[in-house]
Design a protein around this ligand. Structure first.
Ligand code: FES
Ligand code: MG
Length: 578
């Protein structure tokens, strides 16, 4: 009999859970099920002694289509080693892998699919704990969503960031520099040869984008939430430190199998408030807003957009990483990573939260030094890099349920701006017409992109529309942009995102016409369409809802996905299916 084969329920409410009962295949005869299981595992080299150990599932998200996970085989090996050292039996299995760059139309369309698959495969296979290894943008959110919904103790490991390279003496990293250099190419400052050289210098090692984009942000969120062992967010993918962290994670997973602590014991309201505090301090990706809302909902924690705004108003920018600052993840790592940042933020954190390590944050931070004086990547609230308010939640006639603006990546002179709308009906429409030199678009215009929300298009990272070529050539580097899309965490600019409700469900964005005045007032947290309500009523009567996809996942997604301000999860994935 496996040591942990005891019936147990998860009490929740912070009490440690009892070890769970392994799932059994249903043949209508439990004895036969166990006999058959033993036979087939014997055939794969596992004997009774192996099966008596805690079984730790290890999720392998390798994929040739996901270069950010290129180090996965080594990381999986290290996790397995840790599991074995601690007396467990590692069982590696695959799930979907989501690589940002090679997925069409957008990885976001598949985050919920990966979350669902991960949850189901963890529940359906006989394991006592699981190590979820992700990295690229949507993988960690999907795995955290799965963990929050599941009853199997889970611990997160990430592939870790890439290491920077240089081009002609200039330090480069994905993907803020990808965008910056591409913008230079569009403005005619880089020729074909130079552009090709840059292309070879942006992503030269295994790992995830090494700026404070979505992957780095979600790694920091996973660590702050307590779902990852301390120090795990920052070690670069290609280093021994990453592998040592993976080994420690494997060892810890065996302990979790023994104690039965599950994600919902860890993912408390206080843990999320700590995550929001860190999100503000790191100038994290706007995508984290959608992901954290989705994870919280699954964990049964009542988190709203207003919580993000409230925390962001208090917490200054402390981390000097692109796109809000200058550095890269390896600089953050050398400066001490998330634990040192948490020490700097100590007065703003709930210190009684307990993560996978099993000790309160207070105790954990007792052994961590404050930011060292030899580095300037991690600042302190007394000497911050930027003011509070790196992220703002806007409301107004253009986004009654909310929109998000990354103030720290915006141009200060555009934070209060009124201009005429130039409307694009889809990302494809924008691609087709943005660069038309006769468009009449000026730097004063507000670029509006619609039908790019969750229902309309799976919410692609299309919100940071490029500056029209003729304006870029005149030296225009930023314009106000408004959409129901997301933007890459590595992007910058005055870009209002996640407008809810979105155009495809009849939100006000659908009513905007070329030339309408739009007013952005970030200090007042407003985004307004300056058109009389009577006129909008008339336009609303003419709206035709778009045709939903005919079949398959895309149909299920379009029919059941929630709006961005709720986390864009499927509407039946809450704790009780609501
Ligand atoms: Fe994978 Fe940036 S593309 S982390
Ligand atoms: Mg990204």
């Amino acid at each position: 009999q496996p040591a942990t084969e005891t019936a147990g329920s998860r009490p929740g409410g912070g009490e440690p859970s009892a070890p769970r009962r392994r799932a059994v295949t249903s043949y209508g005869d439990e004895g036969f099920s166990g006999f058959l299981r033993g036979a087939f595992l014997a055939g794969s080299g596992r004997d009774r002694e192996d099966l008596a150990r805690p079984v730790v599932g290890v999720v392998d998200t390798s994929s040739d289509f996901n270069p950010c996970h290129r180090q996965m085989p080594q990381i999986v090996d290290s996790v397995k080693q840790g599991v074995l050292e601690a007396g467990g039996l590692p069982m590696v299995f695959p799930t979907i892998s989501l690589g940002e760059i090679l997925l069409s139309p957008t990885s976001m369309l598949f985050r919920n699919l990966m979350a669902m698959e991960t949850e189901e495969m963890v529940a359906a296979q006989p394991m006592d704990a699981v190590v979820l290894i992700g990295g690229c943008d949507k993988t960690v959110p999907a795995q955290l969503m799965a963990a929050a919904s599941g009853d199997v103790p889970a611990i997160v490991e990430v592939t870790g960031p890439m290491i920077t390279s240089t081009w002609r003496g200039e330090r480069l990293g994905a993907c803020t520099d990808c965008r910056r250099m591409w913008a230079k190419h569009r403005a005619g400052e880089l020729d074909e040869q130079e552009t090709e050289e840059v292309q070879g210098a942006l992503a030269t090692t295994p790992g995830t984008c090494m700026v404070m984009g979505t992957a780095s942000t979600m790694a920091a969120m996973a660590e702050t939430l307590g779902m990852m062992l301390p120090g795990g967010a920052t070690p670069p993918s290609a280093t021994g430190e990453r592998l040592r962290h993976a080994t420690a994670t494997g060892r810890r997973a065996v302990e979790l199998a023994r104690t039965g602590t599950v994600a919902r014991d860890i993912l408390t309201r206080e843990a999320f408030e700590n995550a929001l505090t860190v999100l503000a301090a790191i100038g994290g990706s706007t995508n984290a807003v959608v992901h954290l809302l989705a994870i919280a909902r699954r964990a049964g924690v009542d988190l709203t957009l207003d919580d993000f705004d409230e925390v962001a108003r208090r917490i200054p920018l402390l981390l000097d990483l692109k796109p809000s600052g200058r550095g890269y993840m390896e600089d953050f790592h050398r400066a001490g990573g998330v634990p040192v940042l948490l020490t700097a933020l100590r007065d703003h954190l709930h210190l009684d939260t307990v993560g996978v390590l099993g000790v309160p944050l207070r105790e954990l931070l007792a052994g961590v030094e404050p930011p060292a004086t030899w580095q300037d990547t991690i600042r302190t609230p007394a000497d911050p890099l930027g003011d509070a308010g790196a992220l703002a939640v806007l409301r107004g006639s253009l986004a009654p349920d909310g929109a998000v603006l990354k103030v720290s990546a915006a141009s200060p002179e555009l934070l209060e701006h009124t201009g005429p709308a130039a409307v694009f009906d889809s990302p494809a429409d924008a691609v087709a017409r943005l660069d038309d030199p006769d468009s009449g678009i000026t730097a004063e215009h507000v670029l509006v992109l619609r039908n790019a929300g969750p229902v309309g298009a799976g919410m692609p990272e299309a919100g940071s529309l490029p500056i029209p070529k003729h304006l870029a050539a005149q030296g225009v580097t930023d314009m106000v942009r408004v959409s129901d899309a997301r933007m890459s965490g590595t992007s910058y600019g005055t870009v209002v995102l996640h407008c809810a409700p979105e155009a495809a469900v009849g939100g006000p964005l659908a009513l905007v016409r070329d030339g309408d005045l739009i007013r952005l007032d970030a200090p007042q947290r407003r985004i307004e369409l300056l058109v009389p309500e009577q006129e909008l009523e008339a336009r609303r009567a003419e709206l035709r809802p778009p045709q939903p996809p005919a079949r398959g996942w895309r149909r299920l997604y379009a029919e059941t996905v929630q709006q961005a301000h709720l986390g864009a999860d499927l509407d039946f994935m809450g704790p009780a299916g609501e």
